[in-house]
Design a binder for this molecule. Structure first.
Ligand SMILES: C[S@@+](CC[C@H](N)C(=O)[O-])C[C@H]1O[C@@H](n2cnc3c(N)ncnc32)[C@H](O)[C@@H]1O
Length: 280
């Protein structure tokens, strides 16, 4: 006798398409949570990433899933939602002219006061690693009390960055003097040395929320983060970042993030590099 198999509930492996209304709902929520403005052409990518997220948590439909995200009661899932929708592309010494600029600035310093530098939107950490290598190159080594803060809204990225491993494909084109500082890691990757990794503090931080920070920074890198924000969010964030620089300190932005609005605290001083005006 033929017996039918017991029915198992399984979610489709294929990502269901998002309707325009569903896309708008997701887009509004991620902009409110993280400032990220989703372009309509990202709809298929969004559907795939959310389907993966929903499968992971056993959620059965986008409507119920978004009701839960909107309620905000499951904070871990809200974080998972944010992590799923961020774009984390990065690399070692990306836009290398910024690191050459930082190295010149640091080499010209005459005082030995400890440095404070911030990689705001650090993704998997390569920007902060490149800053640490640049400081070491400019000053011979990092001083015990030099500190690099590396923050990102994406908790999975922060966990990965803390390991200090750079994947093999992200090591191509490293200058030999920097490559010589790195150890070997599995799969042809490279490992940040403990004395440099130890100077970096990795923290999850949403740039749109209050910053539990004290003190000021000699340099802030906030690159390829604001490109996803609206003009108003970008302008407000640039003012907050500028206010966190020491007078004469530098703000490094991505090449597509040039400042068009007038920010009285900042003065352009190179390719997507801005300097905090003394006395402003
Ligand atoms: C494209 S990556 C850029 C990484 C690195 N700065 C670089 O230029 O190589 C953008 C990063 O910004 C982070 N991000 C987006 N919105 C954010 C927010 N509101 N607060 C903090 N980080 C955010 C993302 O999670 C992502 O890791």
């Amino acid at each position: 006798m033929h017996r039918s198999r017991p029915m198992t509930l399984c979610l489709p492996a294929e990502a269901p398409a998002l309707s325009e209304r569903e896309f708008t709902r997701v887009a509004h929520r991620i902009e409110r949570l993280a400032g990220i403005v989703l372009e309509p052409h990202k709809r298929p990518m969004l559907a795939a990433r959310l389907a993966r997220r929903m499968r992971h948590g056993g959620h059965r439909g986008i409507g119920a899933y978004m009701d839960m995200i909107d309620r905000g009661s499951d904070r871990a899932e809200v974080q998972g939602f944010i992590d799923a929708l961020t774009t984390n592309q990065t690399g070692m010494f990306r836009e290398p002219h910024h690191f050459a600029h930082l190295e010149r600035v640091l080499a010209a310093r005459t005082d030995a006061a400890p440095l404070r530098l911030w990689s705001a939107g650090c993704a998997s950490g390569e920007e902060a690693f490149s800053i640490a290598l640049t400081v070491a190159a400019a000053r011979g080594r990092l001083a015990l009390d030099d500190r690099i803060l590396a923050t990102d809204i994406d908790s999975a990225m922060i966990a990965r960055a803390r390991r200090g491993v750079v994947a093999a494909e992200r090591c191509t084109g490293l200058e030999p003097r920097h490559a010589a500082q790195l150890g070997r890691a599995a799969g042809g990757g490279r490992q940040m040395p403990p004395q440099l990794l130890g100077a970096i503090r990795f923290r999850r931080l949403n740039l749109l929320e209050p910053w539990p920070l004290q003190g000021y920074f000699e340099a802030i890198f906030c690159r390829n983060v604001m490109i996803y924000f609206s003009a108003a969010t970008r302008a407000a964030l640039v003012d907050r970042l500028a206010a966190r620089l020491v007078p004469g300190g530098h703000l490094y932005l991505g090449h597509a993030e040039l400042l068009l609005e007038r920010h009285t605290m900042l003065q352009a001083c190179g390719k997507s590099v801005y300097r905090r005006v003394e006395g402003a």
